[in-house]
Design a protein around this ligand. Sequence first.
Ligand SMILES: Cc1cc2nc3c(=O)[nH]c(=O)nc-3n(C[C@H](O)[C@H](O)[C@H](O)COP(=O)(O)OP(=O)(O)OC[C@H]3O[C@@H](n4cnc5c(N)ncnc54)[C@H](O)[C@@H]3O)c2cc1C
Length: 338
Amino acid sequence: MLTKTLTTANIIQDLQKISSGTITDSMNGSNITTFRIGGPLEVFVEPQTEEEVRQIVLYASHHSIPLHVVGNGSNLLILDGGIKGIVLSLKKIKFIKQEQNHLVVGAGETLPSLSIRCIKLGLTGLEWSNGIPGTVGGAVVMNAGAFGGMMQDVVEEVYGFNKRGEKVVLKNHELGFGYRKSILQNNEFIITSVKLRLRSGDCEKIKETIKKIAAIRDATQPKGKKCAGSIFAIPNIYEIGNKNFKWRIMRKIFSLLNKPQLFIPYMIEKYNLPRRSGGAMLEYNNFNWISNVDNATASDVLNLSEQVRKILEHELKIKLNYEIRIVGKEKCNYSATS
Ligand SMILES: Cc1cc2nc3c(=O)[nH]c(=O)nc-3n(C[C@H](O)[C@H](O)[C@H](O)COP(=O)(O)OP(=O)(O)OC[C@H]3O[C@@H](n4cnc5c(N)ncnc54)[C@H](O)[C@@H]3O)c2cc1C
């Protein structure tokens, strides 16, 4: 039983009256995250329209059912016990409307497809986002960024609902943006669309910049891995030893040798950072990336990341905060039907 009055089956029946999208009790966290990790989701729903989203939010609020919003699950670690309540995916809320240099974009549009669309539209300002596998909604929540750009620079306002199903419009200055941070991380809002402020640009130049950025990503990031990007929120990984004289010298030496990319592996070896816990592995060239290499559990990932965090915080006298969002329960007291 989910609440005193509603069973999981009741909730599914009720949601079927609201939404024509996928509604199921047989989805796992591993089906909806790029980590491919996570326990059973009690009820998963993927509405097709903003109105369906509103109705689902109202329904959850009315019955006091916990509501968890997901985009593409590319910054999410769902714990092995899964998630109780309703998991609301915004992935199907997709549209792009142009108003001169502004775009109003559905929360489910992905950054790679949006940045490609910008080539055709001749709009510049989103080239940096091409390799980030998230939705626009998730990217605003996380203030995603790369190569000097971030969502904060292009978001004008966001539209959606609060947890009571009331419409909300939040302007850029109300979003509390910081490094990979926004007030939207308090889970009080469901973003259905975003207004972006771009600039008109030359299509060929936009295309060229995207190509260059893709090439850098290809050369520096682990490819085809089941992961969630950076584990910790670190503005510049190469500055990580900045407060320590010895590490500053070492970094200088690596850059004089024209091998700055070897600085991080050197650090990993020097501090003897653990490389593996169960099916989770720390990437050799980046202690901030963990991959699921062999049916890893969320506990494997957390075990490994906690060990890394403790060693680095102690050795480098820094504080590391998680960038990935960790959701769900550690232990499961119900099971999905699949
Ligand atoms: C290979 C790889 C490379 C990456 N590179 C980068 C990078 O260069 N820069 C970077 O910043 N990130 C990077 N990431 C991380 C990730 O892609 C971004 O944080 C992305 O913006 C997350 O979007 P998402 O749709 O996947 O969000 P999710 O992971 O689904 O959710 C993230 C958070 O946002 C909330 N959320 C999602 N959608 C909504 C919505 N519509 N309304 C309200 N809340 C919502 C969720 O509840 C959760 O708290 C990378 C990840 C991978 C796997």
